[in-house]
Design a protein around this ligand. Sequence first.
Ligand SMILES: [Zn+2]
Length: 136
Amino acid sequence: MSETRARARAILEQHGIRPTSQRVKVAELLLTSPRHMTAEHILGCLRQSDGHVSKATVYNTLNLFVAEGLAREIHADPERCVYDSTMAPHHHFQNVDTGEMIDIRPEDLAFARLPELPAGTEIESVDVVIRVRRRA
Ligand SMILES: [Zn+2]
């Protein structure tokens, strides 16, 4: 077994997730290093190395990882969700030419003013996506 595969399996076991072979493969891609990946990207990688992989299995696995606190969803693009393996609060640059997401440390971004919150609410989190494109 490769080292990253063993690490992926250990991450799942630590979170009480049964390490089926598909889950281990998705974990190996997404969770063994800080990464941002869409479900389609993960599916493409798995199909390249393993042949047939069910789309539903990949989506179910990603939903499970989110529910178990192993990854979070960033809705940077209304048409697709990016899964982020870094759970600590942070912001992102998104390159609109390539779709690439790049982390911004929270201490590198400050807010001079936030809007008044709707009555009876408090801030749970603030996620900023700064979209960038190749300079003309
Ligand atoms: Zn990130």
